[in-house]
Design a protein. Structure first.
Lengths: 266, 316
């Protein structure tokens, strides 16, 4: 420990204009690396690809198992590629994969350690959100849909409509974006991972239940965004209220998460 | 001398606990500043406020002239080592340093500096191993390296040696000494020996309040400069009285007697120490005493610390 000295001339002070996202790039890079080196991305990928292939081949399973006389499912490759994405499986996988994004780090003390560096709290939560969305979007949406396209092409003997699937893929990123944003925003204030998960599932399940008695909830709820994406990508009528609800919710989550996280002490 | 850290009436109140009260402190640039206090004195709270991990209830602080705030700008001037440092277990030691360094503006010498720092803290061999395999001592060393990797003007170390074995403790203290003049080291500890060994300044905190802040030498001298410890052989029952009558002496008491050697504590009036020492020498010659020692009393920091804490408790 008495080796050659390292020069420690104080460094330049960053300009104030960078302050809100001070250190964002480094946090983002670290988060993406953590997803890829850990098992998170692999597990999300395997589950999502498995579900996508399963739903793409559903007409074959139906034909093999349904009682005689049951009307057959469509053998349209595009329909079958998009078939499984209207449910809640992506939301559930997103909730489970990201519920500990902040709480785990808080528990193990690395969140406080990161915050002793020149990094703004906003950059921490924005970096976590952006990296989670990028990785989840890739392994939980883009790759499974790409695999589905290949599987459908072989299974149904025709290539799905790539323009529709492409449009759907891009728009569908709004689904994990919302649920990851919920987990990050809730994680800024709730310390227990179980509590964060409970709130996430409440957000997922409450709107459909409310919607049963108050139909307008289904229309404005950001949890309906998957249906909006599906309708928009396939050229069907879609309520603008759902998009507005999604945008407003994302804005509220971003502002709320920032305000809560700025008040945290470690 | 410019100040690397300045706090003004810094106060931190947690629900039901007054952790820090009106802490006003100036830490000179380039110093190794020991922040002393018993457990629960508020040392960690003060360091966390300075690092921006906790918000002050009132008061203000600057690091190298930049106000401490939640936005984190002041942390560009800062390296911080927590009491129990934690790192990402999947990163290697080298990657950990790279992660911290990347929060600062990039420079061409970064990788070279990382390698040198790993060598400097003695974990070069383990630099490419995941930190999850590190022992507590290695984590502490990595913690010091990561505090230094951004070339900060100030490093805050929270109990940097308390978890180390004697060899590790020695190495870290040596490193802290090497850093003198290179950067400002502000560290908390309750190990008084360490402060006396490496700190040129010391602040003592108790129950969240600053008891004393001074250069270490001045602090020690302030408790001893009016007191002489006189050891003579051949003393009689009249020696104590004779010492009391010397000009400039306000009190003289027999502290101990061991064989033929008697030890007296002689208190002098302010600034008369040297004259009294000469008078004692003359007295010894005139009365046939053998003067073994006639020196200003030296106290260690532990004694000073305990006296200060005791005084504060009596005053309270």
């Amino acid at each position: 420990m008495t080796g050659e000295s390292v020069a420690l001339d104080p460094i330049a002070i960053p300009t104030r204009s960078r302050t809100p996202f001070l250190g964002f790039r480094n946090v983002f890079r670290k988060e993406a690396m953590e997803w890829l080196r850990g098992r998170g991305a692999l597990v999300v990928g395997i589950v999502s690809i498995g579900l996508a292939v399963f739903t793409t081949l559903l007409p074959f399973l139906q034909a093999a198992t349904a009682p005689a006389g049951t009307p057959p499912l469509s053998r349209d490759p595009t329909v079958n590629v998009l078939l499984g994405w209207n449910g809640q499986s992506t939301a559930i996988v997103a909730l489970l994969a990201t519920m500990g994004l902040i709480s785990t780090e808080r528990d193990r003390g690395t969140l406080a350690w990161s915050l002793t560096n020149p990094v703004s709290p906003t950059s921490i939560i924005a970096g976590k959100f952006a990296a989670a969305l990028l990785v989840f979007g890739a392994v939980g949406v883009v790759v499974p849909l790409a695999v589905s396209v290949v599987v459908a092409a072989f299974a149904y003997g025709a290539l799905p409509d790539l323009a529709v699937v492409g449009r759907f893929t891009v728009l569908y990123l709004m689904v994990p974006a919302f649920f990851i944003a919920v987990m990050v925003a809730v994680g800024t204030g709730v310390k227990a991972t179980a509590g964060i998960a409970a709130i996430g599932f409440l957000v997922l399940l409450a709107p459909p239940l409310l919607g049963a008695v108050l139909p307008v909830v289904n229309e404005i709820s950001p949890t309906s965004i998957a249906r909006w994406v599906s309708a928009t990508a396939t050229g069907q009528a879609a309520s603008t209220l759902t998009l507005v609800g999604w945008v407003l919710s994302m804005t509220a989550l971003a502002i709320g998460g920032k305000l809560v996280f700025d008040r945290q002490e470690f | 001398m410019t100040n690397a850290i300045s706090t003004r009436a810094l106060t931190k109140h947690y629900e039901g606990v007054q952790a820090l009260t009106d802490l006003t402190l100036d830490v000179p640039a380039g110093s190794v500043y020991g922040f002393l206090g018993p457990n629960g004195a508020g040392k960690t709270t003060a360091l966390k406020v300075l690092a921006g991990l906790a918000r002050a209830t009132s008061g203000s602080a600057t690091i190298n002239g930049i106000p401490v705030s939640a936005a984190g700008l002041h942390r560009s001037q800062l390296g911080y080592l927590a009491q129990d440092p934690r790192f990402y277990g999947w990163m290697t030691g080298r990657e950990t340093l790279r992660y911290v360094a990347r929060f600062r503006p990039s420079d061409s010498e970064r990788e070279q500096r990382i390698t040198k720092l790993l060598e400097r803290v003695g974990i070069a061999d383990a630099g490419d191993r995941p930190t999850s395999t590190y022992s507590g001592g290695m984590r502490q060393r990595l913690g010091i390296a990561q505090a230094l990797v951004g070339r900060p003007a100030v490093i805050l170390l929270d109990e940097p040696v308390s978890a180390l074995d004697p060899i590790g403790r020695k190495h870290v203290l040596e490193l802290m000494q090497e850093l003198k003049g290179e950067t400002t080291v502000f560290y908390s500890t309750h190990i008084l020996d360490d402060v006396q060994r490496v700190s040129d300044h010391v602040a003592i905190l108790d129950h969240g309040r600053l008891v004393k802040a001074a250069p270490t030498e001045v602090l020690l001298a302030s408790f001893t400069h009016n007191m002489l410890r006189v050891v003579v052989a051949g003393a009689t029952s009249e020696t104590e009285g004779a010492l009391r009558t010397l000009p400039g002496v306000t009190a003289a008491t027999l502290a101990s007697r061991e064989g033929d050697a008697s030890t007296y504590e002689v208190t002098t009036v302010e600034g008369a120490g040297a004259d009294v020492q000469r008078a004692i020498t003359r007295l010894a010659v005139d009365t046939g005493l053998t003067l073994i020692s006639n020196a200003a009393e030296t106290l260690d920091l532990e004694t000073v610390f305990l006296r200060l804490i005791d005084q504060k408790e009596v005053a309270a």
